[in-house]
Ligand binder design. Sequence first.
Ligand SMILES: [Zn+2]
Length: 156
Amino acid sequence: MEPTIALTLAQIANTTIAAVKQAKDMVGQSKESTAVKEQLITIYDHVLELKEKISDFQDANHALEVENRELKERLAQKESIERRGEFGYFFKKGEDDPLCPKCYQEFDRVTYLSKVKSYSNGAIKRVCIVCHHHCYEREGQSLQHLPRSRSGWMGN
Ligand SMILES: [Zn+2]
């Protein structure tokens, strides 16, 4: 509901309430007029109920507007990101720094991976600066395949 429409509806409700009050004051003290006054009170209660519903609609509408804005932002973000390259990384269009696939696919969060790092076991990988997810571009040799040093690390 447009805010102006809600405002107009609230104004109509207020005008109606004022008219009902005025009519109640105009009715005399006869037996019939008591019945008319009761009807006017019923009308008054219904109009108050309408005002409450208008307020509920405004709240619900506001929540939908917020949700709609968030969805549009997420859609715009999705359209600005592409998957490419040997390792299947996600990139923002026009950029060459890969995004963390875990952050992006799990949380729709745009975070960058670190620069490529080489490790002594031969591994080459990038690490997410936020969730610390490791993206291997080359697996390293496991420790048991590395040549053992002549003496163990405990010195025996
Ligand atoms: Zn991450």
